[in-house]
Design a protein around this ligand. Structure first.
Ligand code: SF4
Length: 388
């Protein structure tokens, strides 16, 4: 596995281009992993064009290519900045290339003018909402400690008034685990129909997680089972984790997987505000690790993919990540669905990307797989189901 990467195999590999327009975030959530969220630097528009040109010129871009504006808070940049950025993206991409823009926002500054921009550029919108105010405001706060649920829900209302489709991403903390019904009731009442569940991760500067407990596996399984049961019964709530896993199992490539987007070189490309290039897990960009140093591989104005593949940094990363994939492949029964986990989580939890099991994979891969398969089995058997 740790062979050098064949450059020809990378053609059309990049499906996700993560653009970090600014490291700054207007909030101070207590589980945030970003090291530089007070830094108000902005990506110059010249870098926007160079970044898009870089993925196409190096033959990496898939079609369609999703460009996600992420990390810190993308709407902390002015609308006028995006007007110009979207033009630069279009100009830098080859004519006929299909590009989908996406943002993941905390929602607190969404107004009608943002909605107008989203509509004109068909931007896919995700809003971070951890459920009802009681759960959300425990962790998602302003710098002076005030909860942000009311402001985020005002943003949601504006999106809805302007007919902008959106999904929610919820961070699941220890506080969420005994509140599955309250969690689902909130989303059903709010009319939010697509939810992604992100467990509170140990990553970057967030060195501990409230969910990193001995009982988390059982309690998260019970939470997820109840959420799926309620979602199914409602007929109008879809849970990303279940949808993705089912899609994977139905895909023709099922069973032959040997990696995933986060551990396959250049499947995801992340560009920092200063034009630095990273690949593998986007959370690695901007991370400074005692052994690896700054986890960047090159710069859009100076480095080709061939340069990066030859660099000592990339070779060291790939060797370590490949070892981790190999160890997962031989030792873990979930490998054929998981593909070997996320290098960022392995590095943060185990100190090496060559490791295997993490809290993150136990919950987001193993428990999700167990719960979903158990539900499917019960359905196939037509038997009355016991709760997890
Ligand atoms: S579930 Fe964890 S241990 Fe298993 S393959 Fe995935 S990352 Fe590796």
């Amino acid at each position: 596995l740790a062979e050098l990467v064949d450059i020809a195999s990378l053609r059309g590999r990049t499906r996700l281009l993560v653009m970090q327009g600014t490291p700054f975030c207007n909030l101070a959530c207590d589980y945030c992993y970003l090291p530089n969220r007070n830094d108000r630097s902005r990506m110059p528009h010249e870098i926007v064009g160079q970044a898009v040109d870089w993925v196409y010129r190096n033959g990496l871009a898939a079609d369609p290519l999703t460009v996600v504006w992420h990390a810190g808070e993308p709407l902390a940049l002015p609308k006028a900045w995006y007007e110009e950025a979207f033009v630069r993206v279009r100009e830098a991409a080859p004519s006929g290339a299909s590009i989908v823009h996406a943002v993941q926002t905390n929602g607190v500054t969404v107004d009608a003018a943002w909605c107008d921009l989203f509509r004109r550029y068909r931007v896919e919108v995700g809003v971070s909402i951890d459920g009802p105010a009681r759960l959300h405001d425990l962790h998602r706060r302003t710098r002076d400690g005030r909860g942000t649920h009311a402001a985020a829900m005002r943003g949601v209302a504006v999106l809805r008034q302007n007919s902008i489709p959106f999904h929610a991403i919820s961070v699941i903390t220890n506080d969420s685990l005994d509140s599955a019904d309250e969690f689902v009731d909130f989303f059903l009442t709010a009319g939010i129909e697509q939810i992604g569940l992100n467990v509170e991760e140990i990553e970057g500067i967030h060195a501990t997680s409230t969910i990193d407990r001995m009982d988390a596996r059982l309690r998260f399984a019970a939470f997820l089972d109840r959420v799926l049961e309620r979602a199914e019964a409602s007929g109008r709530l879809s849970i990303r984790e279940a949808d993705l896993l089912l899609a994977q199992m139905l895909d023709a490539s099922f069973g032959s997987v040997s990696g995933n987007d986060q551990n396959t070189p250049f499947s995801i490309v992340t560009i920092s505000h200063d034009g630095s290039i990273a690949t593998f897990s986007p959370e690695l960009a901007g991370t400074e690790h005692p052994r690896h140093g700054l986890m960047i591989l090159g710069h859009v104005a100076r480095s080709s993919v061939a340069d990066i593949l030859r660099s000592a940094t990339f070779v060291a990363f790939w060797k370590e990540i490949s070892e981790g994939i190999g160890a997962c492949a031989t030792g873990c029964p979930y490998f054929r669905l998981c593909g070997g986990g996320a290098p960022a989580n392995k590095l943060a939890e185990l100190g090496t990307m060559a490791g295997t099991e993490t809290m993150h994979c136990r919950l987001t891969q193993q428990v999700v797989t167990d719960v979903l398969l158990r539900r499917l089995e019960h359905k196939l058997q037509g038997a009355p189901r016991e709760h997890a």
